[in-house]
Design a protein. Structure first.
Length: 80
């Protein structure tokens, strides 16, 4: 069950929403101001990469310039 983060465009409040399989149609509103003007934001992640198996054992990243400043792509070892 994924957890999504949202930011209210009206009051700038950020909150999380847990998506369940039965939640096909859900109308989200801000917890503080009840506005429905929301945007989904990219959540911060935290993970540990360990060696083992075949292939490279270390994660790599590539940073480049993009329209919003800089963008980073991560290559994490494991099955694809």
């Amino acid at each position: 069950m994924p957890i999504y983060e949202f930011r209210c465009m009206k009051c700038n409040h950020c909150f999380e929403f847990l998506v369940r399989g039965s939640d096909d149609m859900v109308e989200l509103t801000c917890e503080q101001c009840a506005s429905s003007e929301l945007e989904r934001v990219v959540s911060k992640t935290n993970f540990v990469v360990t060696g083992g198996g075949s292939g490279p054992s270390a994660a790599s990243s590539t940073t480049r310039s993009c329209s919003s400043g800089s963008c980073t792509t991560y290559d994490i070892p494991g099955p694809r």
